[in-house]
Write a protein that binds this ligand. Structure first.
Ligand code: NAP
Length: 320
């Protein structure tokens, strides 16, 4: 098997924590170059811009974007225009229309576009989907709460328009929700709490209906202290399913049914799954672009009432 040569664009937290180790662990890929404003990673050729990479390295057939959503579109478009396959971090862009445009371009060019949702590759998500497939869902409660200062220190882009604020992690919950539920849901209302010095919300409550009326409530918070709470509780006619630790642990009626044995908060094995899926898509020359999680977030912004919250200062930017 010839390894696919991949370039990574944007060498920040997720590139270093997950993408580089997942690529190193896979025989299917070779990390052939980076595009980074800050030098990239040791031992890998680096370019200052996507355009420079595309001009210099026609041998690199796939480009994986780990930049913030607000700055992803131009590079992804240039990569597809130059005939390269593209993988996008979540959320796949700053707006739905730009991702639609990329999807159409990939289709025109016969290239793979993979809009990733890493949480769908958490260990218990497939088991939860299978268990729910023959149940009637009565209610869903989502709690997605973490301390932004622990999980996103110094990431100013999260507080700028297009950075999503609390919806940056909440979209992971919505990616699991849309994957496991046997019915479709749509947002009916929300309250969103905006710090007066930020362009994006820091907390919120979101409501969704299913086909027969109210079904989902989500309580999301970026100022949660202590262990992160990333949990969905689904009540059904056949019992209650709890998916905890961001999809790693599944319980039915409070008895552990399926567990990875990795109970500490964080991402475990999800990026190995993402790159394996990307390899399948490349092999079959297909794309995967499911925008349902992003539609729910966009609708929460459309329907949400804006409530004032105290100013937020990222103390990690000022502390030693
Ligand atoms: P990050 O630490 O801020 O890294 C983003 C990198 O993108 C920067 O280090 C920078 O790398 C590059 N970049 C290019 N233009 C930029 C700009 N205008 N502003 C800021 N950075 C710019 O962010 P991250 O946590 O890795 O998140 C990146 C994406 O991955 C987001 O969409 C996020 O939702 C997603 N994600 C993050 C996590 C997580 O745990 N943090 C988990 C899953 C998914 P260079 O210096 O190399 O240019």
């Amino acid at each position: 098997m010839t390894a696919t040569k991949v370039a990574l664009v944007g060498i920040g937290k997720i590139a270093r924590d997950q993408h580089i180790p997942a690529l190193a662990a896979s025989d299917a890929y070779q990390l052939a170059a980076t595009v980074s404003r800050s030098g990239g990673t040791e031992g890998v050729e680096n370019y200052d811009t996507v355009e420079a990479l595309l001009a210099a390295r026609p041998d690199i057939s796939a480009i994986s974007f780990c930049t913030p959503p607000q700055v992803r579109y131009a590079g992804a478009r240039a990569a597809l225009d130059a005939g390269r396959h593209v993988m996008l971090e979540k959320p796949p862009g700053a707006s739905l229309s730009e991702v639609h445009a990329l999807e159409a371009l990939a289709q025109d060019k016969g290239l793979t576009l993979f809009a990733t949702w890493h949480s769908r590759h958490a260990a218990s998500v497939p088991a939860a989907k299978a268990w729910l497939s023959d149940k009637t869902v009565k209610s869903v409660r989502i709690d997605w709460k973490e301390d932004v200062r622990v999980w996103h220190p110094g990431q100013q882009w999260i507080w700028e328009a297009g950075g999503l604020g609390i919806f940056d992690p909440t979209i992971n919950a919505f990616s699991i929700l849309t994957e496991i539920l046997p019915v479709e849901v749509h947002v009916t209302g929300a309250e969103l709490h905006f710090p007066s010095n930020c362009e994006t919300p820091i907390a919120g409550e979101i409501r969704m209906d299913g086909p027969d009326g109210p079904l989902v409530t989500a309580d999301v918070d970026f100022l949660w202290e202590g262990d992160a709470l990333w949990r969905l509780i689904v009540e059904t006619d056949g019992g209650t399913l709890t998916l905890n630790h961001g999809g790693a642990i599944m319980e039915i009626d409070s008895g552990a049914e399926h567990s990875t044995g990795r109970e500490e908060p964080g991402i475990h094995g999800e990026y190995d799954g993402l790159y394996a899926r990307f390899a399948d898509l490349l092999d079959t020359n297909t794309s995967e672009v499911d925008l349902r999680p992003m539609v729910l977030v966009a609708d929460a912004f459309t329907l949400g009432k804006r409530l004032d919250a105290p100013e937020f200062f990222d103390t990690t930017l000022t502390e030693d």
